[in-house]
Write a protein that binds this ligand. Structure first.
Ligand code: 9UX
Length: 68
């Protein structure tokens, strides 16, 4: 599983928005978004880049941190 830190989420609607944005990215599977842990976890193929993930999240108004 990959983990992407996401800052700025403060309610369950925020996590739903993040989920939707990630769900639109081709190839992501097993997506989970945690308000409490300030992160998203998922399985991603090598074709999905960190830049692509960052762009998807910043486009909807959140900030990304470490991607591991
Ligand atoms: Mo409500 Mo979550 O504005 O932003 S959707 S706190």
């Amino acid at each position: 599983m990959k983990k992407l830190e996401i800052n700025g989420m403060s309610c369950s609607h925020c996590t739903a928005s993040v989920f939707e944005a990630l769900d639109k990215i081709e190839g992501l599977r097993n997506i989970g978004v945690s308000l409490e842990d300030k992160c998203a976890t998922f399985k991603a193929p090598d074709s999905v880049t960190e830049e692509q993930l960052k762009a998807a999240i910043t486009a909807i108004g959140f900030e990304v941190g470490e991607y591991t």
